[in-house]
Structures are given as structure tokens and as C-alpha cells.
Design a protein around this ligand. Structure first.
Ligand code: ATP
Length: 904
């Protein structure tokens, strides 16, 4: 390698045609090494020069644009117009209050939008892609951001290409370049150069950033990173977490607009009645109806719901479920079936070989974890490894990509746990991995894929021998083996192992002529000799057992879909209490069924074994035909269609491919089934919170408006001035509304059946609550006002009391709104959400200032209240909340409007 050769693309800006140059020339010009990669100091230098391998995020709107957006709202226009009119009439107090309301509303909206965005931003960063690269001769898992030109990048099927790469090695590589070329068919790639004038779609020797490896294994050298990539040049922006909306939010926004229209019309009617029929002065009436509209229109509704959603999503992320598409949150709340992978999701994916079956004996293997401590036993007695054991162990070791390192007294495993377990077995059998690899170097490989369920390597020794070693699912390997008579015995041994819940792999080999240096599927047709079966334990996760039970009590059916043996699947399902232990449908069974027959079977069968990604897709469809809302997990590149089709596609964060993550709605940072159950719980909680907020906001707004309308209609003294109406709106919407977004899910959320999808938010129960609370609030305040006037109170005092009664009614009702159906008259109910009390304290202090400080008294024409008067105010304020609690009791007793709750 010529040290110090400058990279022309760097030095003079002219990019060479990497696709047209031979691979070795590319390496030379990028001053890198195919087997060693770059050195760390070199990487640091290149990183400083080229910058991180990242595309700039979409530019966010400037703060003033976002602030301006808050003003773009019919209500704000009305209030600004009203402020203009009151100013020309010289009613300065009203003008000031109107402007204050506009200002506070704008600031709250701005902060809320900011908060929602920050919550999503934090989640976006959790999904930064990783890539494998060679550095100083070692394969490292690095952040894709840190890739520099010259890096040797290693990719496998399902990976996203992190930078523009010139392919320098690999096999069977097929890439989906839809992002770049719009063509959704996959393209074969190879190391051979192509003509310099080839169009991007024809550059077979290149892999472009942002595209997906659909099959094969790639070794490539990064030739362009970040904005220098083709993707960067065409200016495509990285996918952002989409905007803060879901079908439910859109439904509510639409509802909000209708409501606003109705309120504006009603206000106009009130104005007409007040002026023409009741003879109020038009200027006073005008101000009054503007205030009325301002307090009745639920302008904060969409914003607070967006926050509820964003906060919930952030809370889910803290518990390892990263939501990529917001509508999934809603769907999560109504999931009726979860189809889960087994290995790693329901089980721990910590494999230990416990049983080894050779042609002439069955051994128990001692030791736990990946530490190669332990050995083989027969009838309780340790046995030294014989020839058969050693042959099997060698195949297990050589046909293997895992590595075991002793780090600080513990054995650290890198790679696939199945292979780690086999490596530990080989070491327990006395083999030294370094020696074996030196003696039998690998010449070629067919990597493991779930689709073909085996891995094979071609190894040569130094004395002119060559053999193909293969390991994989027993049925597949037995198909490759020649001797007819022994096969039945192996099959039986495999079934026995699987029935114990062990994952079974078969090991076999074939001697081939030494001239053979390449391995293809044609070599795997037959002529192999069985060496052994290895049965490995992968215990279920404790938390998954509990989570399955929680899901079942929440009316959610859990189905296990695994690539493993049917007997293993059944045994593990029984430990997890999935299904009735009787039936497991296999991939082959599914293929034999037509869609209609499959649809008939899916409701009963909960365990699916030897299933491939296509089967998952058919299962989702069949379940959806039954009206089920399906969550489906997946990790492989071929799982993407099933994940997309499912109502909630769930990808594994650790073991999942980028392809699966991109297709998913939710990514599990810890690959754990329990996290899905938690996410369902959180999804239900978020939906509840949105409901709680609506059920809090609509009646309180209704009450504020009703009190004035009633006074006008019944020709009474107005219980509050326009400015005072606006004050109520100001003080309560600035403080109380948001608190419910912080509600934790209620205790019984996982004992209720799933919410039927498409169920309208505004049910009869909502309407009833809206009317009851509005009437109680307005009636209480108006009654108190009239009573106080009757008893000789001044107008100022009576009005102050009416306003304070409404504000305190909202504070108490906020507490009652914490639970939709359960009583809040418990310690948890009263004090379970700190935010509620912070909101109440803030609102209370502002209200005290309104009543008792001199400037406010002058501004709003209020009067200080005596303790006696406060007692009466609070008693009236308590009325709606108390009635709501009584209503809850009544509904519990009669069962009307109660959700079905399953027995604990
Ligand atoms: P799940 O879909 O629940 O994650 P799984 O991980 O068992 O199930 P696959 O990884 O597709 O499914 O494995 C299917 C079968 O392929 C296994 O039962 C095993 O026999 C075989 N197998 C798994 N890993 C390897 C490997 N690294 N090399 C060879 N064969 C393997």
C-alpha cells in the first residue's frame, strides 16, 4: 500500500469514478487496507476533515415562525378584532384583558408545541443506526455517524447501507435501492467494475447510503460520507419522526372546529337576544359575547392532546419502547392479539448446550452460560471426549462466527448466542479455537438465514483435505445426509430433545475434493454424514411469563411464532402459558392450507413453529380478517412486509435489522416481550388521559359560558363582567389543563378488554357528563351570586364570589377527572399526581391575588372576601366534583356506562 497517497476526491474536489476502478485501486487511492481497515488516529484525522457521516436534519422553523403560527387561529382573530374595537371605544381594561388573553394563549401554545417536539426529538436520537467496520484489524460495532472515507464496512442482509460504498468483497449481495432509484426490485451487486458512464442504477459495484441490503454479505470501502453521498447530494432528508398527529387527534381537531363554529353562532344569538330583547347596551354585550366565545371554545384541545401523546411516547421510550409512528400509540391501546417471536423476546436468548447426541451415545453437558467450564457426562459420570465428540465439536467450532473472550474473569460472547453456545461446547470438549482455525482455515461460507435454516462452511487443512461443515435445523440437515437407516434414529433423538424445550441443532460434514474453493447451495443437496445433535437450553424470561399473564388478563391473546422446532416451541409455550399445549401449526401446515382454511384455524392455534416471514404475513392477514388488531414482532429483513401489514409492527432494537426497524411502528430497545405489554399498558393510559382531558375541558368551558348565557336569557343581573369571564379562562387554562397529561395509567387498565377500534371518543357518557357538570357549575355560581345579592352583598363582592366559585369548581373537578370510572376519594386518587396539585396551587395563588391584591381589585373590580364568604365559595365549588363522585358510585352500582373489567 502506498502510504500517504492523497485521495483525489479530497485534495482537488474531483471525485474519481469509484464504480469504474478495480477494487484494489480504490483501496490504494483511499489509502486503506481491506483486511485491517483504518487505524484509530487515521479515523480521527479523517473525521476532522470530512465531518460526521450525517445528513443535516430538516431545518426547524424559526421561533418567530412558530410563534406566529400560534396566532393563526380564528379565536385569536376575533379577540384581536374585539381588542381593536374596545380600544376605539376607550374601554381600556377590556382591551388590556383581551390582549393579555391573546398573549398568554400564544405563549402557552408555543411552549406546548415546543414540549411536544422536544419529547419526540429525544426519541429520534435513540434510533441512531450502527454499523460494523474494521478498525486496526478488529471488527467493531460503531455509530454510523463515525464512518469516514476509507473505512472498511461489513454488512449483512437487513442492514442499511451507512455511506456510499465501493464493494470489495462479499457474496450473493442484493440491494433494495428504491430510496435512490424509485425501483422497488432488488439489484444484484458484485465487485467487478462497471463502465465509467454507467447510470447510478447500473453501478453494480457500488452500494449507496440509505439503501437496504436485502440478501448476502458485503465488504465495502466507504468512498463518500454524509452530504458527499448520492443521498446527500439529491438532498433527501433523513426520515423524521412524523408530525404530532394521529387519527384520533384529527378527529378531535375536526370536532373542535365544529364546536367553535357552534359557539360563535350561539354567541351571535346571545348578542342579538341581549341587545334586542333584553336591552343591554351593544358595546357591553359585544364584549360579553367575545369573552363568552373565548372561554367556551376549547382552543387548547389539540395542543394539550399532542402533549399528552408526546409525553406518553417519551415515557414509553424511557421504558424501552420507542414509538416511530404516532398513530401506533392509539393502535397499541386497542391491540387484541400479540404475535411474538420466541427466541430473545419471550426467552432470554442465552443459550447453553445441555445435551449432545453422537452416533453412539447421549451425553449431558455441564456448566452454565458461555464459560467453557464443565464437561460431558454419561450416567452421571464425566467422560473424556472421544473421536465422535471431537469431530462434532470441531464442526461446531469451525462452522461458527461467534467469539468468546475472557474479560475480567467473565466470558464475554460476541455474535449469535446459538453459535456462542456451540463454541463453549467445543471448548468444553477440549478444543482450542485458535488452533483449530489455524489448522482448518475457512475458504468459503453460506451464512445462516432464517429462510434456509442452516449455515455451512468450506474448510481446507494444510495436508490437502477439504470438507464442508454444516449446522442447522435437524430436518434440513437430515435431508442432506445419505445413510437411510440411521436417519429415523436421529429424527427421534431430535424430537426427544425438543420435547424437553431444548433448541436442537444438527451438525454434519462432507469430504470434498481439495480443488473445491467455493460453496454454493448445489453443494448442500446430499452426501453429508451426521455428526451430532446439540440440544440447548434457552430459558423463558421471568418477566415475559408475567407479561403474558398480564396480556391475557387484559383480553389480549398472545401467539408465539417461531422458527424453532414444533416440539421445542410447544414446550416453551407451555412454560410461558401460551396456548393450551395441544397444538402447534408448522410452516409446512400453513402452506398446505388455503387462506379460508387458515382463517378458520388461527383463532384457536397459539403456537406456530418452523414458520418463515411469509407465514407471518399470512397469519396477520388471517387474524385481521377476524377483526383482530394485531401487534407483530419481527427482526429479519423479510419480516418487513408482516410488520408493515400489522396494526402495530414491533421490531427488535438489538437483534433486529435496520430493514425491520424501518418497517416497524415501535422498536423495542431491549427486545423484551414484557416491553410490548408495558407499551400496551402505556397506550391504553395515553388514550385514557386524552379522554380525561376532554372530559375535564369541555364541561368547564361549558360552565363558564353557560353562567353568562343563563343570566342574559333569564334577564338577571350579570354575575360577572366580560373581563372577569376572560380572567377565568386565563387562569384556568394556563394552569389546570396540562396536569392530566401526566396521569399514570390507572390500576385497572390491564384488566379491561381492548378498546374497540374506531370507538368514538364522545359517547353518551361524555355528553351526560358535559351537561351535568356545566349545569352544576353555572347553576352553583349563578345561585350563589343571586343569593349574595339578595342578602345585601355589593355587586363587586357577589361577582368576586361567583368567579371564585367557578375557578374553585374547576380545581376540584380536576381532581375528580383523574379517574374516569374509579373514585378519587382514596389517598392515591387525591394525591397520586403531583402535577395536579402543582396546577391547583398555581391556580389558587392567582385566584387569591385576584381577590385580595389591590391592583387586581382595581383592574377587575373585585372585592376582598371574608373567611365566611370563602367557605361558601368553596362549598359551591365542591358541588360538581362531589356529584361526579356520586355519579361514579351510582354507575358502579347499576353498571351503567361502566367498562367491563375482568376479574383480578
Ligand atoms: P424466533 O423466530 O422465535 O426468533 P428462532 O430464532 O428460533 O425463532 P431462527 O433464528 O429462524 O428462529 O432459527 C430457526 C432454526 O434455524 C433454529 O431452530 C435452528 O435450528 C436453526 N438455527 C438458528 N441459528 C442458527 C445458526 N446460527 N446456524 C445454523 N442454524 C441455526
Amino acid at each position: 500500500m502506498t502510504q500517504g497517497t492523497t485521495h483525489p476526491a479530497v485534495s482537488d474536489g474531483a471525485t474519481p469514478c469509484w464504480h469504474a476502478l478495480p477494487a484494489d485501486v480504490v483501496l490504494l487511492r483511499l489509502d486503506t487496507h481491506a483486511a485491517l481497515g483504518l487505524s484509530q488516529p487515521d479515523v480521527t484525522r479523517r473525521l476532522a476533515r470530512h465531518g460526521p457521516n450525517r445528513l443535516p436534519a430538516a431545518e426547524r422553523d424559526r421561533w418567530w415562525t412558530r410563534l406566529g403560527r400560534q396566532l393563526h387561529n380564528v379565536l385569536i382573530y376575533i379577540m384581536l378584532a374585539a381588542a381593536g374595537i374596545t380600544a376605539t371605544l376607550g374601554q381600556w381594561v377590556d382591551t388590556a384583558v383581551l390582549l393579555l388573553v391573546v398573549l398568554v394563549n400564544t405563549i402557552i401554545g408555543f411552549i406546548q408545541e415546543q414540549k411536544a417536539e422536544q419529547a419526540l426529538e429525544a426519541i429520534r436520537n435513540l434510533l441512531s443506526p450502527h454499523a460494523a467496520a474494521l478498525r486496526d484489524g478488529e471488527r467493531l460495532d460503531i455509530l454510523a455517524d463515525n464512518i469516514v472515507p476509507g473505512d472498511i464496512v461489513l454488512l449483512a442482509s437487513g442492514d442499511k447501507v451507512p455511506a456510499d460504498l465501493r464493494m470489495i468483497g462479499g457474496k450473493g449481495v442484493r440491494v433494495n435501492e428504491a430510496l435512490l432509484t424509485g425501483e422497488s426490485t432488488v439489484v444484484d451487486k458484485s465487485v467487478e467494475p462497471v463502465p465509467a458512464d454507467a447510470a447510478i442504477a447500473d453501478r453494480r459495484s457500488m452500494l449507496y447510503a440509505g439503501t437496504l441490503v436485502a440478501a448476502g454479505q458485503v465488504v465495502g470501502v466507504a468512498v463518500a460520507t454524509g452530504q458527499q453521498t448520492e443521498l446527500g447530494r439529491i438532498g433527501t432528508l433523513l426520515e423524521q419522526v412524523r408530525s404530532v398527529t394521529t387519527p384520533l387527534l384529527r378527529q378531535i381537531e375536526g370536532f373542535g372546529r365544529w364546536l367553535a363554529l357552534i359557539i360563535v353562532l350561539m354567541s351571535a344569538a346571545t348578542f342579538a337576544i341581549g341587545v334586542m330583547w333584553r336591552g343591554h347596551p351593544p358595546s357591553e354585550m359585544f364584549m360579553m359575547v367575545v369573552a363568552l366565545a373565548a372561554s367556551a371554545i376549547p382552543e387548547g384541545l389539540p395542543a394539550i392532546m399532542a402533549i399528552t401523546l408526546a409525553l406518553g411516547v417519551r415515557r414509553m421510550a424511557a421504558r424501552h419502547a420507542i414509538v416511530r409512528h404516532l398513530p401506533a400509540v392509539e393502535a397499541l391501546g386497542s391491540v387484541t392479539v400479540i404475535c411474538s417471536d420466541k427466541t430473545g423476546t419471550l426467552t432470554r436468548n442465552e443459550m447453553t448446550v445441555q445435551r449432545l447426541v453422537t452416533p453412539d451415545a447421549i451425553y449431558a453437558v455441564s456448566g452454565i452460560g458461555y464459560a467453557p467450564d464443565g464437561g460431558l457426562h454419561r450416567d452421571g459420570q464425566p467422560v473424556p471426549p472421544d473421536n465422535a465428540i471431537r469431530e462434532a465439536a470441531r464442526a461446531a467450532l469451525l462452522c461458527n462466527d461467534a467469539q468468546l473472550h475472557l474479560k475480567d474473569d467473565t466470558w464475554d460472547m460476541q455474535g449469535d448466542p446459538t453459535e456462542g453456545a456451540l463454541l463453549a461446547l467445543a471448548m468444553k470438549s477440549g478444543l482450542d479455537p485458535a488452533l483449530e482455525h489455524a489448522e482448518w482455515p475457512r475458504v468459503d461460507v453460506i451464512p445462516f438465514e432464517s429462510d434456509h435454516r442452516f449455515m455451512a462452511t468450506l474448510n481446507h487443512d494444510h495436508s490437502g483435505q477439504a470438507r464442508i461443515l454444516v449446522k442447522g435445523a435437524p430436518e434440513r440437515i437430515l435431508e442432506m445426509c445419505a445413510d437411510g437407516s440411521g436417519l429415523e434414529r436421529w429424527r427421534q433423538a431430535a424430537s426427544e430433545c425438543a420435547a424437553l424445550g431444548l433448541r436442537v441443532l444438527a451438525l454434519a460434514e462432507r469430504i470434498v475434493p481439495v480443488q473445491q474453493r467455493e460453496l454454493s447451495f448445489a453443494d448442500m443437496q446430499g452426501g453429508f454424514r451426521m455428526l451430532a445433535l446439540a440440544g440447548m437450553l434457552d430459558p423463558p424470561r421471568e418477566e415475559a411469563i408475567a407479561a403474558v399473564a398480564h396480556c391475557q388478563s387484559a383480553g389480549i391473546r398472545v401467539k408465539m411464532i417461531t422458527g424453532d422446532h414444533p416440539d421445542t416451541a410447544r414446550a416453551v409455550a407451555a412454560q410461558l402459558r401460551i396456548g393450551n399445549g395441544e397444538r402447534a401449526l408448522t410452516g409446512a401446515d400453513i402452506e398446505a392450507l388455503d387462506d379460508a382454511a387458515l382463517e378458520r384455524l388461527v383463532p384457536e392455534v397459539d403456537v406456530y413453529a418452523r414458520a418463515s416471514p411469509e407465514h407471518k404475513l399470512r397469519l396477520v392477514r388471517a387474524l385481521q380478517k377476524h377483526g383482530e388488531i394485531v401487534a407483530m414482532t419481527g427482526d429479519g429483513v423479510n419480516d418487513a412486509p408482516a410488520l408493515k401489514r400489522a396494526d402495530v409492527g414491533v421490531a427488535m432494537g438489538n437483534k433486529g435489522t435496520e430493514a425491520a426497524k424501518e418497517a416497524a411502528d415501535v422498536v423495542l430497545a431491549d427486545d423484551n416481550f414484557a416491553t410490548i405489554a408495558n407499551a400496551v399498558r402505556a397506550g391504553r393510559g395515553i388514550y385514557d388521559n386524552i379522554q380525561k382531558f376532554v372530559i375535564f375541558m369541555l364541561p368547564t368551558n361549558g360552565g363558564e359560558g353557560l353562567v353568562v348565557v343563563a343570566a342574559i336569557l333569564f334577564e338577571l343581573l350579570l354575575p360577572m363582567t366580560a373581563a372577569q369571564v376572560l380572567w377565568i379562562n386565563l387562569v384556568t387554562s394556563a394552569t389546570l389543563g396540562l396536569a392530566l397529561a401526566f396521569e399514570p395509567p390507572e390500576g385497572d387498565v390491564m384488566r379491561r378488554p381492548p378498546r374497540p377500534p374506531g370507538q368514538p371518543l364522545l359517547s353518551w357518557f361524555f355528553l351526560w357528563r358535559l351537561i351535568m357538570v356545566s349545569v352544576l357549575m353555572a347553576g352553583g355560581a349563578l345561585g350563589l351570586f343571586l343569593w349574595e345579592i339578595e342578602r345585601g352583598a355589593t355587586l363587586e363582592t357577589a361577582r368576586t364570589m361567583a368567579v371564585s366559585a367557578i375557578v374553585s369548581a374547576e380545581m376540584f373537578y380536576l381532581i375528580a377527572s383523574r379517574h374516569l370510572h374509579q373514585s378519587v376519594l382514596t389517598f392515591e386518587g387525591l394525591f397520586g399526581n403531583r402535577q395536579v396539585w402543582i396546577a391547583i396551587a398555581a391556580c389558587g395563588l392567582l385566584q387569591l391575588a385576584y381577590v385580595h391584591t389591590e391592583p387586581m381589585q382595581r383592574f377587575f373590580q373585585t372585592a376582598a372576601l371574608s373567611p365566611d364568604e370563602w367557605v361558601r365559595v368553596l362549598a359551591v365549588g365542591l358541588l360538581p366534583a362531589l356529584c361526579v363522585e356520586l355519579e361514579k358510585i351510582a354507575r358502579r352500582v347499576t353498571g351503567i356506562g361502566q367498562p367491563a373489567v375482568m376479574p383480578a
